[in-house]
Design a protein around this ligand. Structure first.
Ligand code: B12
Length: 590
């Protein structure tokens, strides 16, 4: 039912809401989102639309226990419906609790701003935060006046069940494991962080996908899963490494695995997914699986009709596993991340487990075994990495492109921007690694994300590359690599030229924004930024619209239909309400 002017009530026992990385992005004249500001590795806008896959497991687990859990991706919703007034969304909520993920730190500004505004509009709703960053920063988060609850943990199913049951029956929250909450006087109370099971998660039901508006062109049909939480490896820059996991979750064992029965449930749901043959399945973290379990998993995947499957690998996949992958009916791709061509830097980055020669000897074996694509990721922002070394990495990538011309070998480069992961070993002891960390607390990150210049949003720099260098060198390396791909005919010249022009424009405009944003006095800063406002908005409109591209496929594809594009209401209702306009539509993205 469409209410006059408003959205129909969205009823649930729990609404899990994914906030855009920055809010209110549609009206910010003082915040520049440059092209490539997300590193270009996954098909998302600078709002970072992925929500934690745990939203789907919580929905199933709690749903099977009689709690109605709904999902709302506010990032996708607002970018897809630029004229939708967020206050109408808040007014329509008929829920006792809204759970917001602060899983990735990049969401710090958006998650907190949405929490604050929602609390102001709807003091009757309890605001709950959860996810990896929420766990790490739980003590600080619970002190914000607009946050009522923080749920810690890599597996929150049981504690969430307890929490919802107590809220429903009006019981005290004292006994809910992993929870921080405010008592009747508004003071924070910390319950025991005791629910740390050896197994992780529950299977996801992939058989149904969100109802989405019509998508023009080439839709993104991808599903994604991980069979474990934590990590067997210890890369110092990573906030999910072995040490980081132990640090955040206070658990000795740095790995928790999804039980086989739950994985089988997931695969069965993929078999039931309509048009599964149009879907790509991204198997994240398969490098953490034992050979036996990976082989079993591959065999199970063989019973689906998925179009393609990708596996992330840490080592060079051994021949027997390659053969099993190659025999799958789906097209298989492998993702490797040596991080640098330089073995010393690769080692400092936690990698370096194979040499370039070994990689080059392995590639033909993988292709021969039937692997359809091999993506090889290099990073910018690693310890000991100089500008020259980054460019040498691109030279090496170009060498790979030449050597394997016409074959499915796709090197890519990812600038580590804007954040070094909180809780990573480098974040904890930056000096030991030659790093400087600019923001340590949640509030510092939040304020940092509100800086107009991407350079000032960076939370780190290294002894070898300043904040500005990290952005510039990252942009240059991506541009050079794209050109190398055009040179070997891997990507069309015209698309690459357009891509590189956007990078050049982003860097040159960033100079003007950065100069203004670097003025010491906030008043002078605002005055200097003001004349740039129109140009900031114009450029932001080019990246914050309902289309996304990534390095692998540098053409815009319309948002909608991705597994995480949960828009909350039927498209016709959203069209109708959005047509009635936002508060000041003259300044919104069209
Ligand atoms: C899988 C993965 C991805 C997948 C996405 C998976 C997904 N949608 O969940 C992909 C590849 C797309 C990805 C992307 C990114 N990732 Co990532 N990713 C991981 C990885 C390997 C596993 C994380 C994971 O999901 N674990 C499983 C568990 C912990 O989470 P879960 O089951 O989803 O959720 C449970 C709990 O976390 C909790 N929970 C989560 N949210 C909430 C919310 C509420 C309200 C509650 C109550 C509970 C709750 O309850 C859930 C159920 O038990 C980690 C590394 C690692 N080893 O941990 C990095 C990691 C999480 N990613 C990271 C980063 C930086 C990113 C990017 C920002 C990278 C980029 N491009 O710049 C993007 C952000 C994408 C976006 N928001 O749009 C960092 C985050 C560091 C930090 N603290 O900020 C990590 C730690 C390491 C890394 N550098 O890769 N990532």
């Amino acid at each position: 039912m469409v209410q006059s002017g408003g959205l129909s009530p969205l009823r649930a026992d729990l609404l899990l809401l994914h906030a855009p990385a920055v809010f209110e992005f549609r009206r910010r004249r003082d915040l520049y989102f440059p092209f490539l500001g997300t590193s270009g590795d996954v098909p998302i806008t600078p709002l970072y639309e992925y929500f934690p896959v745990g939203f789907k497991t919580l929905q199933r687990f709690l749903g099977e226990r009689d709690f109605d859990v709904k999902l709302l991706n506010l990032a996708s919703l607002l970018v897809r419906y630029p004229n939708l007034d967020v206050e109408k969304v808040f007014a329509a909520l008929d829920v006792p609790v809204v759970g917001i993920d602060l899983h990735w730190m990049i969401h710090v500004q958006g998650a907190l701003e949405v929490a604050e505004r929602l609390k102001r509009a709807r003091p009757d709703i309890k605001i709950l935060l959860g996810g990896i960053s929420s766990t790490y920063y739980a003590d600080e988060l619970i002190r914000y006046p607009f946050i009522d609850l923080v749920m810690r943990g890599y597996d929150t199913h049981e504690p969430m069940l307890d929490l919802l049951a107590r809220i429903k029956s009006g019981q005290k929250l004292d006994g809910v494991q992993n929870l921080l909450f405010k008592n009747g006087f508004g003071s924070p109370v910390e319950n025991e962080f005791g629910h740390k099971p050896e197994t992780y998660g529950c299977g996801i039901d992939w058989s149904t996908q969100p109802v989405t508006p019509k998508v023009k062109g080439f839709p993104i049909r991808e599903i994604l899963s991980t069979q474990n939480a934590g990590c067997a490896y210890n890369c110092p820059w990573c906030g999910g490494s072995r040490d980081a996991f132990r640090r955040i979750f206070g658990k000795k064992r740095a790995m928790a695995r999804k039980p086989d029965t739950e994985i089988s449930y997931e695969i069965d749901s993929m078999r039931r997914l309509a048009n599964a043959s149009n879907y790509h399945f991204y198997s994240v973290g398969s490098y953490n699986e034992s050979k036996e379990r990976l082989l079993w998993f591959i065999k199970e995947l063989g019973t689906t009709e998925l179009k393609s499957v990708s596996f992330e690998q840490f080592h060079l996949t051994p021949p027997d596993v390659l053969r099993a992958m190659g025999q799958l009916p789906s097209r298989v791709s492998i993702t490797l991340s040596p991080e640098s061509h330089d073995p010393v830097i690769a080692k400092h980055s936690g990698r370096g487990v194979y040499s370039n020669e070994e990689l080059e000897a392995w590639l033909p074996i993988a292709i021969e075994a039937g692997i359809h694509a091999i993506d090889i990721w290099f990073f910018v922002g690693m310890p000991h990495q100089t500008e020259a070394s980054c460019h040498a990495t691109v030279d090496y990538a170009a060498h790979l492109l030449e050597k394997f011309k016409g074959q499915p070998v796709n090197p890519m480069v990812c600038p580590m921007i804007p954040f070094l992961d909180p809780a990573s070993n480098i974040f904890e002891n930056p000096e030991d690694y030659g790093y400087r960390v600019f923001f340590r607390t949640v509030e510092q990150h939040r304020r940092g994300m509100e800086r107009a210049s991407l350079i000032n949003r960076m939370n780190y720099e290294t002894k070898w590359l300043s904040r500005s260098d990290l952005v510039r060198v990252g942009f240059d390396c991506v541009a050079r690599l794209m050109q190398a791909k055009a040179a070997v005919g891997m990507l069309p010249n015209a698309a690459v030229n357009r891509y590189c022009e956007k990078i050049t424009d982003a860097w040159s405009f960033l100079q003007a924004v950065h100069e203004a944003d670097s003025l010491e006095n906030p008043k002078d800063r605002a005055l200097a930024l003001d004349p740039l406002g129109d140009e900031i908005m114009r450029r932001n409109d080019l990246v914050l619209f309902s289309g996304v591209a990534n390095q692998a496929l540098p053409v815009n594809r319309q948002i909608g239909g991705r597994w995480f594009d949960e828009l909350g209401w039927e498209p016709n209702e959203l069209d109708h309400v959005a047509a009635m306009g936002a508060p000041d539509s003259s300044t919104l993205v069209g």
